[in-house]
Design a protein around this ligand. Sequence first.
Ligand code: HEC
Ligand code: HEC
Ligand code: HEC
Ligand code: HEC
Ligand code: HEC
Length: 182
Amino acid sequence: MAAPFPRWVNTLARATLIAAVCTLVGVPVALMAWVRTPNATRRFQPVAQPIAFDHRIHVTGQHIDCQYCHFSVERAASAGIPPSSTCVPCHSTVWMNSSALSLVRQSVATGTPLHWNRVNALPGFVYFNHAIHVNKGIKCENCHGRVERMARVYQAAPLTMSWCVDCHRTVRAPTNCTTCHR
Ligand code: HEC
Ligand code: HEC
Ligand code: HEC
Ligand code: HEC
Ligand code: HEC
């Protein structure tokens, strides 16, 4: 008796099945890999700002401490972004008349805060605290790179969960879930 289907139908069925499995597994795996790439995490991409503030001029050139502007980094969860009044003591003389600082002038005059674009941002469900890390002797550059050499600040660390947990394991900091998700 002749086979109900020619043999090539079997081959086709098998090939289709293999292709389907590859797609089902491959697409999620590719997406999971992609979300961890620098492109997806915005890593290393300088963030444009409304004012051409340059850390190289201020930190390296003027020898200003990070804490002078990021005033709460040693005692609070958040490092703090300086209010426009921080810029006034130095800039009231010469530079305050330049166009590079017109937004700072406006902000000081009207009392409306400057709007800086965010560079490093964790999702809302993650708890992070600067003071704990800085007071344990971890340097800004361990997590932010050499900001004093950046014309525009970019995200230097991956900021992924495994990045946090890997360091916590190494230094014997807590790694239970509620440390960072509470
Ligand atoms: C004269 C004030 C000043 C000093 C000093 C200063 N910063 Fe900043 N910093 C700013 C301002 C203003 C911004 C927001 C604009 C920008 O991103 O450039 C900023 C942004 C940042 C950001 C990005 C914030 C975000 O959104 O994630 C990091 C990280 C940072 N600073 C680290 C440092 C470190 C580290 C030092 C010391 C080596 C330092 N800063 C010194 C004023 C300062
Ligand atoms: C401790 C003093 C000091 C503080 C505080 C300070 N600056 Fe400056 N800034 C300077 C000096 C000095 C220069 C000029 C450096 C030069 O010309 O070489 C400068 C230059 C600049 C320039 C011009 C840069 C360029 O590309 O020509 C901008 C814009 C600027 N500062 C913004 C700010 C802002 C915004 C703040 C507040 C968040 C701030 N500065 C706080 C001292 C300061
Ligand atoms: C252990 C890693 C780590 C260290 C050390 C660290 N930071 Fe951060 N920083 C982060 C992370 C993560 C964020 C994003 C926080 C968020 O989104 O909640 C951040 C955000 C910031 C911001 C944006 C404002 C804010 O508080 O969210 C500034 C400014 C900043 N850091 C400055 C500093 C300075 C200055 C130092 C050193 C004195 C420092 N950081 C040390 C990891 C670190
Ligand atoms: C370079 C190493 C390092 C990195 C990276 C790091 N941490 Fe930590 N973390 C520490 C150390 C050290 C401590 C202090 C542990 C102790 O109290 O002895 C700590 C403590 C903490 C604490 C307080 C724990 C407690 O309850 O005492 C939290 C929350 C935390 N880290 C969150 C984070 C998050 C979220 C990230 C990633 C965005 C991160 N950390 C990245 C080293 C690191
Ligand atoms: C030291 C800090 C830290 C600890 C401990 C930690 N997480 Fe996370 N977790 C993070 C950070 C940071 C992110 C955000 C990562 C991102 O945006 O890529 C995250 C993201 C997540 C997500 C979202 C999915 C993802 O992968 O982005 C889940 C789910 C999660 N964590 C579960 C857990 C569980 C379960 C534990 C305990 C076994 C745990 N976390 C312990 C820091 C931590």
